[in-house]
Design a protein around this ligand. Structure first.
Ligand code: ADP
Length: 162
């Protein structure tokens, strides 16, 4: 049985993340989506909010589960019996960052491999930070995030139509 771990901040989850999850669910027997909880980082959504949004989004996939973790991701992978870390790549700057991170993780535990899944063109510009910025100014975020995330963003930023 092959299990993959897809770690990230998911602050908030986007349709780009969902696309990677969907494709991973077809490639692996099991996928653990792992929400990173870093006490030094400031998130818009709490761990509980991100867990609740992601659980709603992945409920259609029987082989995908959502967890949170506040330590090294290679330790999570080891503990859960997975040898694969998945990361999505949108462009060369993602690659450059992700490549360095993959070397670091491999140095920490060389039995765990990072695999990259390139985004699809329509998700190229979907980035949690840009979507939060758009939502802050009440821009149109439909089509960029799943409906439950759109609702939560509109509540956070007091859209008048929510
Ligand atoms: P992190 O803070 O760990 O980068 P993110 O939630 O921003 O967490 O991203 C988690 C993973 O999802 C990363 O590998 C990121 O490159 C990937 N990702 C984010 N947005 C997209 C997208 N639109 N298409 C493909 N991969 C994406």
């Amino acid at each position: 049985m092959t299990k993959a771990v897809f770690p990230g901040s998911f602050d908030p989850p986007t349709n780009g993340h969902l696309n990677i999850i969907k494709r991973a669910a077809e490639l692996f027997d099991e996928v653990d989506v792992v929400i990173a909880v870093n006490s030094d980082k400031k998130y818009l959504f709490s761990k509980e909010e991100r867990l609740s949004m992601l659980s709603e989004i992945v409920k259609a996939f029987k082989n995908v589960k959502v967890h949170s973790w506040n330590g090294l991701i290679v330790e999570y992978a080891e503990k859960s019996g997975s040898k694969v870390l998945l990361r999505g790549i949108r462009n060369a700057s993602d690659f450059s960052y992700e490549f360095d991170l993959s070397l670091l993780n491999h140095k920490l535990n060389n039995s765990i491999e990072t695999l990259f899944i390139p985004t699809e063109q329509k998700y190229l510009l979907m980035k949690s930070s840009s979507i939060k910025e758009l939502a802050k100014y009440h821009g149109d975020i439909s089509g960029m995030v799943p409906p439950c995330v759109e609702k939560k963003l509109k509540e956070k930023f007091f859209y008048h139509d929510s």
